[in-house]
Design a protein around this ligand. Structure first.
Ligand code: G3P
Length: 217
């Protein structure tokens, strides 16, 4: 499963990229606001650090505006993927972008029926928000299983990009379900790495190494 960092904070994006574990990056207006960045300057900087797809989200909700904004974003860098909300005007724009060879990430997906329509419109990625579904006392991961099954049944090329990931367990569940990609905060990427037995084992090896050096004196 491809791992994307869900962030507009260039420092943490750079740190994750240096670890060699990220395949791409996703941003949204809330993440840009959190990082105090404007999309026009943040996206080129992220593209210079991340060697893979970088999602940049439009804020227009009418077809013409989405297309104009998306074309402008796509011109920033070859790796830009235009992120479009899952509304009727958004799907019209996705169809146009697909005809023009512009990659799209259809976002704010909360149902399999929405995901089916996004795939039919030609979306490159679909972003189901599993954490936000969990927040409503429903099983977010069931949506990933449904979408993977439906896309497989009909050979859709749209990639499932599990989003709103909140924990390492979400990542493992998404990978088990066959999600093509998962996007997650840097905090979750760091949690994926952690295991107490790794830390205990390393401390032991270092202590034994020190002892061995002392003995050899
Ligand atoms: O990629 C979508 C993501 O940013 C939403 O996550 O935690 O705000 O539901 P969250």
């Amino acid at each position: 499963m491809k791992i994307f960092i869900d962030s507009a904070d260039i420092n943490e994006i750079r740190e994750a990229a240096m670890m060699g574990v990220i395949d791409g990056c996703t941003t949204n207006p809330s993440l840009l606001a959190k990082a105090g960045r404007k999309i026009e300057t943040a996206i080129p900087e992220i593209c210079s650090v991340v060697d893979g797809p970088v999602s940049a989200e439009v804020v227009s909700v009418e077809y013409e505006g989405i297309v104009e904004e998306g074309r402008r974003l796509a011109k920033i860098h070859k790796n830009v993927v235009v992120k479009v909300p899952l509304i009727a005007e958004g799907l019209k724009a996705v169809r146009t972008f697909t005809q023009e060879g512009i990659k799209t990430n259809v976002t704010l997906c909360f149902s399999a029926s929405q995901a089916l329509l996004a795939a039919k419109a030609g979306a490159t990625y679909i972003s189901p928000f599993i954490g936000r579904i969990d927040d409503t006392s429903h099983e977010g991961m069931e949506l990933i299983e449904d979408i993977v099954l439906i896309y497989d049944n009909y050979g859709f090329e749209t990639q499932v990009l599990t989003a709103s990931i909140r924990s390492p367990y979400h990542v493992v569940q998404a990978a088990r379900a066959g999600s093509h990609c998962g996007t997650m905060p840097f905090s979750v990427i760091k949690q994926l790495l952690k295991h107490p037995l790794t830390d205990v084992g390393l401390a032991q090896f270092l202590a034994d190494h020190k002892k061995a050096l002392e003995k050899a004196k």
